[in-house]
Design a protein around this ligand. Structure first.
Ligand code: PEP
Length: 260
């Protein structure tokens, strides 16, 4: 992991209130150590106030220590798409990152790999860095189809944008059976899939394969983070539930900062 700067990204999902969002942003904005990159992804309606609060709490001359991400983006650039939010709007409100292809969106909102690939491309075109989520279901794992599923989700994006586009992207491996279940993948299971993803990108570009940050997501908590984050191909985490608890999320950040 030393080759790549670790990242911890918090996905708040549809949780909280204005007050909670402000309390969390204020606490996270106080981070001083920048040896790991910290990103928070609040619900869209809180992005503007989060952006302002992070700006106020910035502690270094070269900008914010904590960056902002969105949880979703339209795959269209603009137009008659009621209820959607565009990548350029997210940029305007201070986002650097956007999560695309989260399993909850694939599963509950019918986002196909094709739509996810288009979201990835539109986000990049408008200056956002996509955090692409991939992951297999329990049934796929039990049928020994994990690599096939991961390769399919990855290849759909590679076919659309090419491997070199991953120069400006993050990948999150999130097995569906671990997201929000309290049952994390073991460090060995995570490492095996992360190595597979890195290898697949390296086949086309060793440079991208070496450089790409691959986060693990799925029931990460302070008690299991050190073992997960110290795996050679695990570059930090995408955190759901625990990102709503300031002290536990900050504990994960410091574990990532100290992971070797
Ligand atoms: C997620 O939603 O991306 C996630 C990893 O959730 P949790 O940490 O709660 O499993």
């Amino acid at each position: 992991m030393a080759l790549r700067r670790p990242m911890v990204a918090g996905n708040w999902k549809m949780n909280g209130s204005r007050q909670l969002a402000e309390e969390l942003v204020k606490k996270f904005g106080r981070l001083k150590d920048d040896s790991a990159e910290v990103v928070i992804c609040p619900p869209t309606v809180y992005l503007e106030s989060a952006s302002k609060l992070l700006e106020q709490s910035k502690q270094s001359l070269d900008g914010r220590l904590v960056r902002l991400g969105a949880q979703n983006v339209s795959h269209h650039e603009f137009g008659a798409y009621t209820g959607e939010v565009s990548a350029s709007m997210l940029r305007e409100f201070g986002c650097n990152y956007v999560i695309v292809g989260h399993s909850e969106r694939r599963r509950m909102y019918g986002e196909t790999s094709d739509i996810v690939a288009n979201k990835f491309a539109t986000a990049q075109k408008m200056g956002l860095t996509p955090i692409l989520c991939v992951g297999e279901s329990l049934a796929a794992r039990e049928a020994r189809r994990t690599f096939e599923v991961i390769a399919g989700e990855l290849d759909a994006v590679i076919e659309k944008v090419g491997t070199m586009a991953f120069d400006n992207a993050i990948i999150a491996y999130e097995p569906l059976w671990a997201v929000g279940t309290g049952k994390s993948a073991t460090p060995e299971q995570a490492q095996e899939v992360h190595a597979f993803i890195r290898q697949r990108l390296s086949e086309v570009s060793p440079f991208i394969g070496e450089k790409i940050r691959i986060l693990y997501g799925g029931s990460v908590k302070p008690s299991n983070a050190a073992d997960l984050f110290s795996q050679p191909d695990v570059d930090g985490g995408l955190i759901g539930g625990v990102s709503l608890n300031a002290s536990e999320f900050l504990a994960l950040c410091s574990i990532a900062m100290n992971a070797e």
